[in-house]
Design a protein around this ligand. Structure first.
Ligand code: G3I
Length: 357
């Protein structure tokens, strides 16, 4: 019998762990779970072949979400049977490591595949979307514990009476279409937690959008629609007008409807911060700390995911290049070498200080 098996046989298996693991402080999800919360990362299946990436996800995440691989344009590029192969890889990784999976996202104005765009504004548009909803939720039934059923349906710039986005299915059917999407998802998997997910509702100047989101949620709840959770994307900007009292009150208004809340896509834009890395990292961490301390104080908040793992994944991606000096963004918990940044420690600290659920 080797040393490891002997130690395991006498209940001292932990001594068999490699030193690096023994020395590792608890990961973020362990910290979260001690308060009845959860933590996770947005990932892509191709990133999992990178050992250091996978190890960071295994250390920190209790739930993962596909950054892109479960979006309609990725799963059904052509008019034909959907291809869930890459999405299945994420689900299989999660199962292998006892993690949950978030499904992101079913109905989103930005992601119908080109072949479906034309059909959507036709007489069969609504049926096409509801069939897609039923098919993808059915495919992952029992494997995905929560779905962003509808993403970013509120858009004040569309200047519609109810604040819904100027997108065919929302215009013809308004709230009723959104209600039908949730009903279709619930019918496909009655055990899945169903989310409305949106951005631009975190800051003081965004009160009008918060009100439009509350109006949508109220309408759905009053119609007994199976909506269980609000996803607040939490794409924060360091140095912006965050009003703790306003945000706290918003969270409570959502909670008072019997709707849970998850922070679904946290990352912190450092465009307003100094070029110096230490100052930028500190500013990003302080921004997240102030936000998370308010959020985690609301009992209806169930957890947090960040929209990526390491700054390496945002390098050279135009979407995240917001700094005037063109320096690489430092928005995520781990740096480009997967080392913990002040943001990682700020998230850990906010979990440690959170009220227990
Ligand atoms: O897969 C194609 C590839 O085949 C092609 O060669 C390449 C060049 O055109 O594009 C690739 O698709 C890109 C995809 O990311 C995968 O990398 C799309 O063009 C690009 O638009 C897409 O961007 C994603 C964006 O959502 C739109 O889907 C971002 O990575 C992703 O971080 C972002 O995430 C969104 C959430 O889903 C919703 N909340 C906001 C958040 C940030 O915008």
């Amino acid at each position: 019998m080797n040393r490891r098996d002997f130690l395991l046989s006498v209940g001292l298996g932990y001594l068999a762990l490699p030193y690096a693991v023994l020395a590792e402080e608890p990961g973020l999800n362990q910290r979260a779970q001690s308060r009845g919360l959860s933590f996770g990362y947005a990932i892509n299946s191709f990133q999992l072949v990178d050992k250091i990436f996978a190890e960071a996800v295994i250390r920190d995440a209790g739930i993962i979400v596909a950054e892109n691989e479960m979006k309609w344009r990725e799963t059904q590029k052509k008019d034909g049977p959907p291809n869930y192969a890459t999405a299945d890889r994420i689900v299989n990784f999660a199962r292998q490591h006892q993690m949950g999976v978030r499904g992101h996202t079913i109905i989103w104005h930005r992601k119908p595949p080109a072949w479906a765009e034309a059909a959507l504004s036709g007489p069969d548009g609504k049926k096409l979307l509801l069939d897609y909803t039923h098919n993808i939720v059915s495919h992952f039934r029992g494997q995905i514990k929560e779905w962003d059923v509808v993403n970013e349906a509120v858009d004040l710039g569309s200047r519609t009476p109810n604040g819904l986005r100027n997108w065919g299915p929302y215009l013809e059917n308004g709230y009723d279409f959104i209600a039908d999407c949730f009903r279709a998802a619930h019918e496909a998997d009655p055990d899945a937690m169903l989310f409305y997910n949106d951005f631009g509702i975190e800051y003081k100047r965004q009160s009008a959008k918060r009100d439009a989101v509350l109006k949508l949620l109220t309408r759905l709840k009053n119609q007994d629609v199976p909506i269980h959770c609000l996803g607040i994307q939490s794409h924060l900007i360091a140095g912006t007008d965050f009003d703790e009292r306003l945000f706290r009150n918003f969270l409570k208004e959502v909670a008072d409807m019997g709707i849970k809340i998850r922070l679904t896509e946290l990352e912190v834009d450092d465009k307003n911060l100094d070029a110096d890395i230490a100052l930028r990292d500190a500013g990003v961490a302080d921004t997240a700390r102030q936000y998370l301390n308010v959020a985690f104080d609301e009992p209806a908040v169930i957890g947090l995911l960040t929209w990526g793992v390491s700054d390496r994944t945002m390098r050279n991606v135009a979407l995240w290049q917001t700094r005037a000096d063109r320096l690489a963004p430092r928005r995520l918990p781990l740096d480009e070498n997967f080392q913990k940044k002040p943001l990682w420690h700020a998230i850990a600290e906010c979990f440690d200080n959170a009220r227990s659920r």
